[in-house]
Write a protein that binds this ligand. Structure first.
Ligand SMILES: *Cc1c(COP(=O)(O)O)cnc(C)c1O
Length: 475
């Protein structure tokens, strides 16, 4: 029996929707006379009636019902759920940062300066010549980048013929979706036996119909594509462009640059690499960088510096706008603060620790890790156990599980990325949870989790139709 773990409203079907904590006549704060319309007063709105301590406990309880990066490690492979320092939040919360998107350029010179400097920083980090900050997520960056590839082929009168985008079978689902949304046929590329791009298969796949190859490096198994220059040559010789999915940039920061590897377009997952918490649908940012010859296709507006200060302009052959204003400003500001604070050396240190942490954690695990040498993440196999059950059981040990069942090249995949933010001790605690679960029987796994607020939820409907207020939906 739980005495103090009640919802404000009981929303079980059988009992109807009776208020549980609410008590007639209880008042939290006396509002006194207001000029609110009658239909918005406390009595007519039927808000739950609670005392202040009960209300405070209710919200504290709610905050503890979920697991987040401030509760413990969050080793979701490919997602980079790292700890993001609070100083960037403080900077974003600074009152002067609240600028209306319709303000004229002269009155927001400081904001435009940050935009331009962040673009320059990202360009340097990725080895790209020009950057737009507009796309609000990595997936939106992919879509924008593929539209730019399309505009490039259109400008060469090759758009009709180049109707295919090549994507490795192990790629993130958004790559396939972005290419399809931009109107392309997707050609899936199998991996070779060591988990990397199969050069023969690539040579066979490219041709006059190739618009682009989308790739991440290190790939989703954490493996560096050693043949990247050969890959770039094959695609470029066929007249296609190379798109870099930047979700794994944490492995390379300050050490290698997609632009130097031959990529023409890339996105940066600001909320994975540069300090913005993510999850729950955002907000994030997915700026993209391009090489010189693609600059004129970037979304509008772009910022530039003139003798009279910073101003906005429209690139010659722009693909148009992909987001309101100039992107998610406060997320971008956090990224700028983070990059400025870390500097070159800090960013280099980040990638060293991301790779070291993944390798140290892996060295502590009893599980099989078929593909090596990996960088910032690895994919372990749950073997005979079901990876989804394995993950649910990890919750009972108080840690968030890794990404499961992807990529499919590893049986019952546990895709794990501890990130650079975790300490040696935390990595050892994580390893203890992995190893404990790997030694448990099927029943223990099937019944898990036992210590969470909710048992197994329908992940699709929980994401599509979340219940975010005290109000029930169906009555
Ligand atoms: C996260 C991720 C994406 C998509 O990025 P979002 O910012 O979540 O839209 C694309 N590719 C890979 C490999 C990723 O991990």
């Amino acid at each position: 029996m739980q005495l103090f773990n009640q919802a404000i409203w009981n929303n079980s079907e059988s009992d109807g929707y009776e208020p549980l904590l609410s008590e007639k006549g209880l008042v939290n704060v006396e509002v006194g006379e207001t000029d609110l319309p009658d239909n918005l007063t406390r009595d007519t709105l039927e808000l739950p009636k609670l005392s202040e301590p009960e209300l405070a406990r209710h919200y504290t309880r709610l905050s503890q019902m979920n697991y987040g990066i401030d509760n413990g490690p969050y080793p979701l492979g490919s997602c980079t759920m790292k700890y993001n320092p609070k100083f960037t939040e403080d900077i974003a919360a600074f009152p002067a940062t609240a600028v209306h998107p319709d303000r004229d350029s002269e009155s927001v010179q400081g904001t435009l300066e940050v935009y331009l400097k962040l673009q320059e920083n990202l360009g340097q980090i990725g080895g790209m010549d020009a950057v737009t900050l507009q796309p609000p997520a990595g997936a939106a960056g992919e879509f924008t980048g593929i539209l730019i590839a399309k505009a490039f082929h259109e400008s060469n009168d090759e758009s009709k013929q180049r109707n295919e985008v090549i994507i490795p079978s192990s790629a993130h689902g958004t790559n396939f979706a972005s290419a399809a949304m931009a109107g392309y046929e997707v050609v899936e590329l199998p991996a070779d036996s060591d988990g990397r791009v199969d050069l023969d298969a690539l040579s066979a796949a490219v041709g006059d119909s190739t618009a682009a190859l989308m790739l991440t490096n290190p790939n989703t198994l954490g493996l560096f594509e050693r043949n990247i220059q050969e890959i770039a040559d094959i695609v470029h010789k066929a007249g296609g462009l190379l798109y870099y999915d930047g979700a794994n940039l944490n492995a390379l920061l300050g050490r290698a640059r997609p632009g130097d590897m031959g990529f023409d377009i890339m996105h940066y997952n600001v909320h994975k690499t540069f300090a913005t918490p993510h999850g729950g649908g955002g907000p994030g940012a997915g700026p993209i960088g391009v090489k010189q010859e693609l600059k004129q296709f970037l979304p509008t507006p772009q910022v530039r510096e003139t003798d009279n200060g910073y101003e906005l302009f429209e690139p010659d052959q722009t693909i148009g706008k992909v987001h309101g204003a100039m992107g998610n400003w406060l997320v971008l500001l956090k990224a700028y603060a983070y990059i400025s604070r870390l500097g070159n050396e800090g960013l280099r240190d980040t990638s060293a620790k991301a790779v070291l942490n993944a390798n140290y954690l892996a060295s502590q695990l009893d599980l099989e890790i078929p593909f090596r040498p990996f960088h910032h993440e690895f994919v372990a196999s749950a073997g005979e156990q079901d990876a989804a059950d394995f993950a649910k059981r990890m919750l009972d040990y108080g840690v968030h599980p890794p990404t499961t069942k992807w990529p499919e090249t590893v049986r019952e995949a546990l895709m794990t990325e501890p990130t650079e933010a975790e300490s040696k001790k935390t990595l050892e605690q994580l390893a203890t949870a992995f190893n404990a679960v790997s030694n448990e029987n099927f029943e223990a796994l099937e019944q898990a989790p036992n210590r969470t607020t909710a048992w197994r939820i329908d992940q699709t409907s929980a994401a599509r139709n979340p219940r975010l207020s005290w109000q029930h939906l169906d009555k």
